[in-house]
Design a protein around this ligand. Structure first.
Ligand SMILES: C[S@@+](CC[C@H](N)C(=O)[O-])C[C@H]1O[C@@H](n2cnc3c(N)ncnc32)[C@H](O)[C@@H]1O
Length: 268
């Protein structure tokens, strides 16, 4: 059956994740959460400032869906998430990119493209006018319908991902199917961290050894690991939560229905 099939595929991938991350997984448990669905809780008390493991690794310049087509901008199929709009104009995308360059806080532009005219990153930019939103942030979400497009101002570290091999959303849909065995899912605990505006943990970027390589993609340069560090002493059974809005770019996709912390921004 379906759950059994999943189980076998995932077992192999998660074993690999576990091998590379070398975490003490006995510290963590995936359990039903009072916030939403399942969450990550501690199996024993842990002190403030301790790290419980790596949420993500950051790699430089990796994402098949993002192709650089305009100087200094990445084309991304998907949208820049809610909030942070500094301007909105009906104009061509080429003009919008020029305008974004001139606006001091502009980090990128995003617009609806229901007919997919812009979805081929390799073709010349269509000159039609679209409703462009100018954003002062580039938190990015992919769009299953492929009806939004964005151009993001190029940055030093373009990407953060935590596991190409077992836990990335290409293997493990978001949210993960609830049929999956929580014990089996433990190496992918980062996929179970719930959001809170009053979180119990934050991420801290630490360097990795030069020789560090991710399984399956050894050629990718890993520039850092984001550890989950507790903001206070926590007891056994307490949930590890993160403020999604405070996470670095690209770490979490747009999430519907979660509490907004930066409310003022979102009203614009
Ligand atoms: C990384 S997963 C967290 C695991 C999730 N609870 C589950 O059972 O699969 C992120 C998803 O959890 C939900 N979520 C996380 N924090 C939430 C919150 N504070 N309020 C409502 N939903 C939340 C959202 O649906 C979000 O897309």
């Amino acid at each position: 059956d379906d759950a059994h099939q999943h189980r076998r595929e995932y077992q192999i991938m998660y074993a690999e994740a576990e091998r590379v991350k070398k975490e003490d997984l006995s510290l963590l448990e995936i359990k039903s959460s009072s916030i939403h669905g399942r969450g990550v809780v501690l199996t024993r008390p842990v002190k403030q400032d301790s790290s419980v493991g790596v949420l993500y690794y950051e790699v430089v310049g990796d994402n098949e869906d993002r192709v650089q087509i305009e100087e200094g901008y990445w084309h991304a199929r998907g949208y820049i998430t809610d909030g942070g709009m500094i301007d909105r104009r009906h104009m061509s995308v080429k003009d919008a990119i020029t305008r974004c360059d001139e606006l001091p806080d502009c980090q990128g532009i995003t617009f609806e493209d229901p007919d997919g005219l812009f979805s081929n990153a390799h073709s010349k930019l269509p000159s039609i006018l679209v409703d462009v939103e100018f954003k002062d942030k580039n938190h990015f979400g992919t769009d299953p319908q492929d009806s939004w497009q964005s151009f993001l101002k190029q940055q030093e570290n373009l990407d953060a991902l935590y596991f190409p091999l077992g836990c990335s959303s290409s293997f493990l849909p978001n949210p993960p199917p609830s049929s999956l065995d929580p014990i089996l899912m433990l190496p992918c605990w980062p996929r179970y961290n719930n959001h809170s505006c009053d979180p119990t943990a934050k991420v801290v970027k630490v360097p990795v050894e030069d020789s560090f390589a991710l399984p399956g993609v050894p050629w990718k340069r890993v520039v850092g690991a984001y550890q989950v560090v507790l903001l206070k002493d926590l007891d056994e059974g307490e949930e590890i939560t993160l403020n999604y809005e405070a996470l670095p770019n690209y770490m979490l996709r747009r999430v519907e229905g979660v509490e907004k912390c930066n409310k003022l921004h979102d009203e614009l």
